[in-house]
Design a protein around this ligand. Structure first.
Ligand SMILES: Nc1ncnc2c1ncn2[C@@H]1O[C@H](COP(=O)(O)OP(=O)(O)O)[C@@H](O)[C@H]1O
Ligand SMILES: [Mg+2]
Length: 251
């Protein structure tokens, strides 16, 4: 991780939604920096605004107050909570069409082949999305996002429809890309064990109006975390936090 190089900075971001007469305050004063090559996991109660935050970071929605600063030319990819595949394109075409804007054709092909292989989708390259299971669609989403060789990868509960073995395989893929490409990852999960396995930093969100209640930093390299009592303690701390519903008053 390159702590010297900030690629994204959020300053005092606020976001509310207006439903009929009522105003729903969702995000309140969210500020943080993402550095090149780090993995940040976001955890918090359902409905606290995690997806809203990724939508703001990706530029899909505007904050009401505050601002975002991105490194110039930052290449960003987003794995949405629900798959957004093009049903009329094959698996390979679903990847190729996003690459066209970013990589020369021959390089794009090499990257695509590699990712199809690593996600176990090589044999399905010519199939269509409705021929895939939920877990395979999710893998395809991850392969597609990585296929543009992003500097920042946003993912919204990316491993949720994967079985345990596949979940590990996908996490290994993310870790390998992260190591090789200095890829930064900002992703949402509900699983404390998974967060302490792969993240460098973990942000715990309170319930609405949502703030970053706590930031946890994991110093131990990912490869050495298994069975480490300190890492286990962080996981349990997150679990306790989530069981309290991210409630600030009950802390
Ligand atoms: N476009 C919208 N209009 C109105 N309310 C919304 C909209 N998007 C999200 N919300 C509300 O904002 C809150 C945060 O939603 P979301 O970011 O999806 O939460 P999370 O991903 O943490 O579960 C929820 O209460 C949700 O109902
Ligand atoms: Mg969500």
């Amino acid at each position: 991780m390159d702590r010297q190089r900030s690629i994204l900075e959020l300053k005092q971001v606020h976001k509310s939604f207006r439903n009929k007469d009522a105003e729903l305050k969702v995000l309140e004063e969210i500020s943080f920096t993402v550095y090149a090559g780090e993995i940040i996991a976001l955890l918090g109660p359902s409905g606290c605004g995690k997806s809203t935050l990724l939508n703001i970071v990706s530029g899909l929605i505007e904050p009401d107050q505050g601002h975002l600063q991105c490194e110039a030319g930052l290449r960003l990819a987003y794995v949405f909570q629900e798959p957004r595949l093009l049903p009329w394109k094959t698996i390979e075409e679903n990847i190729r069409f996003v690459q066209d804007n970013f990589l020369p054709a021959s390089q794009g092909k090499d990257v695509r082949e590699d990712l199809l292989r690593k996600t176990g989708l090589r044999a399905y390259a010519d199939a269509y999305p409705d021929q895939l299971s939920g877990g395979m669609k999710q893998r395809l989403e991850i392969a597609r996002a990585l296929s543009i060789q992003p500097q920042l990868l946003l993912m919204d509960e990316p491993f949720k429809s994967a079985d345990l073995a596949l979940k590990y395989q996908l996490q290994e893929l993310i870790l390998a890309e992260h190591a090789r490409e200095q890829l930064a990852v900002l992703y949402i999960t509900h699983d404390p064990n998974e967060a302490v396995r792969i993240a460098d930093r973990i942000f715990l969100f309170s319930d609405k109006p949502t703030k970053i209640q706590e930031e946890l930093v994991l110093q131990i390299p990912q490869q050495k975390r298994r069975g480490d009592p300190q890492v286990q303690a962080v996981s349990e701390k997150i679990l306790d936090f989530l069981l309290q519903g991210g409630d600030q008053q009950n802390k």
